[in-house]
Design a protein around this ligand. Structure first.
Ligand code: SDX
Length: 429
């Protein structure tokens, strides 16, 4: 990062020079790392909307222009030309894989799909109605107990084991999801098949039963692989920042991604894909064509879930791709889902309404993904688990970026204290 020019901060009677940082795409930042030492001041930025928490080489978003790139490649090109696993390897290692590298990566994931049989006991310990995201977070941390040699919290050692730990996590996050589903459905878990590609194997583990092998429609496999690719990384979103926060303290990769799952679960973040389908179903059942819902959203009575984004002030490029994919999957499956028509109507209404236009609220990645997941047969309470399966490579790439950086520091933000001044302790009688 070239440090160019300087900003002058005038505070009371003093002036302070703040170096200006300029990113690859000309983003600019004041480097305030010495601000407190020099001036005694800190900055305040609730929600970090104006704060670059790190410098990263992994993903770039231009929210105004609706641009998303993984390691410099446009998401539209990647979505058209590569698989989720190729994107995963690109994010983690920085380059598109050669055929040999991809073959090796695929094999490492294939060879690490099995889960220790003792893990079964953990699943039996969860209450029947446990949320799959709670189970996923717990089980990812549990994996770290079974592979403790890769989860030592000795950063050098954990970095040396990164490749195999990444293979375990990318592979097993699917297995955990499918085991959760079969446990909650009450049917025996069906083991993965060594000859099936990544996404197809997941659908096989999800929907095959001992005497009834599930054969996924190639169009469905392609749509799900696309969903995973589009979710693979997204700069410093809430869950990735959580992974980096946990990694910054020296915690291992399993613990860090387990924390990322918890952050992703929230309805304002990855939980929005479930919330969108619930919202569309609620509108459908009410007989409303979406018009009343839009009016309520404008009055602040509800949120148009799947709309709006902290960074995108233009159409989320992923939503555009997923909107087309939803049409395709439904036509291939010969399904006519009224929720898609309602979604289209909501989008049309919102994009021509000043309330949304003035706030630059556009459909985001969650607006259409749920319609595809529903068409594929993924249960609603597992939608965010699918988001986590997609985001796993991005979390791993961000953990690696911190672990490899000898200058990375523990993340410990300051605060503005608004509580009591010092007061005398008087025992309450
Ligand atoms: C993801 O960060 C990422 O990169 C995330 C993600 C990723 O890949 O990791 O892209 C995935 O999380 C996508 C976002 C999924 N969440 C939703 O769809 C939930 C609905 N959206 C919102 O809650 C909201 O838009 C957020 C949380 C996404 C962004 O919130 P901000 O940036 O804090 O914006 P805000 O809440 O301050 O809203 C600004 C204004 C407010 O109105 P005013 O106070 O100016 O009158 O816009 C309004 C809000 O009321 N607003 C909405 C709205 N989103 C914002 N009004 C109606 N419906 C909405 N969805």
């Amino acid at each position: 990062m070239e440090l160019e020019k300087k900003a002058i901060l005038k505070l009371e009677s003093k002036e302070y020079e703040l170096p200006i940082m300029i990113g690859t795409e000309n983003e600019r930042a004041f480097d305030i790392r010495s601000l407190r030492k020099l001036s005694g001041y800190v900055t305040f930025d609730d929600g970090y909307g104006n704060t670059a928490a790190c410098a990263s080489k992994i993903t770039y978003i231009d929210g105004e222009k609706g641009i998303l790139r993984y390691r410099g490649y446009a998401i539209e090109d990647l979505a058209k030309n590569i698989s989720f696993l190729e994107a995963a390897r690109l994010l983690i290692y920085g380059e598109l894989p050669t055929p040999e590298e991809l073959h090796e990566f695929r094999n490492s994931i294939l060879n690490n799909v099995k889960i220790h049989t003792n893990v079964d006991h953990h699943f039996k310990g969860f209450p029947a109605n446990s949320h799959p995201m709670a189970i996923l977070s717990a089980m990812l941390n549990t994996l770290g107990c079974y592979y403790s040699e890769m989860a030592t919290n000795d950063r050098q050692s954990d970095l040396e084991h990164l490749d195999v730990a990444a293979a375990h996590l990318i592979s097993k996050v699917r297995t955990i999801a499918a085991m959760t589903y079969s446990t909650q459905e009450g049917h025996p878990f069906v083991y993965p098949k060594p000859d099936l590609p990544y996404t197809e194997n997941f659908l096989h583990m999800m929907f095959s039963e001992p005497y009834n092998e599930f054969k996924a429609d190639p169009a469905v496999v392609k749509a799900l692989d696309l969903i995973l690719l589009l979710h693979a990384d997204h700069e410093q979103n809430c869950s990735t920042s959580t992974v980096r926060m946990v990694a910054s303290g020296g915690a291992n990769l399993f613990a860090s991604v387990a924390a990322g799952v918890c952050a992703l679960w929230g309805p304002l973040h990855g939980g929005a894909n479930m919330a969108v389908v619930k919202m569309l179903e609620q509108i459908h059942e009410s007989g409303d064509d979406g018009g009343n819902f839009i009016e309520d959203a404008k009055k602040g009575k509800c949120r148009l879930m799947g709309f709006g984004h902290r960074v995108y002030k233009n159409y989320d490029p992923r939503a555009k791709i997923l909107g087309e994919a939803a049409e395709k999957v439904l036509s291939v499956l010969n399904k006519n889902d009224p929720l898609l028509n309602i979604a289209r109507k909501l989008e049309e209404a919102a994009l021509s309404d000043d309330y949304f236009i003035s706030r630059k609220l556009y459909p985001n990645v969650d607006f259409y993904s749920g319609i595809i997941l529903k068409a594929i047969g993924i249960p609603l309470n597992m939608f965010t688990v699918l988001f986590a399966i997609g985001r796993m490579p991005g979390w791993i790439a961000n953990w690696k970026e911190i672990a490899e950086n000898p200058e990375s520091r523990i993340q410990r933000p300051r605060q503005i204290f608004e509580g009591h001044k010092s007061r005398e302790f008087i025992q309450k009688d």
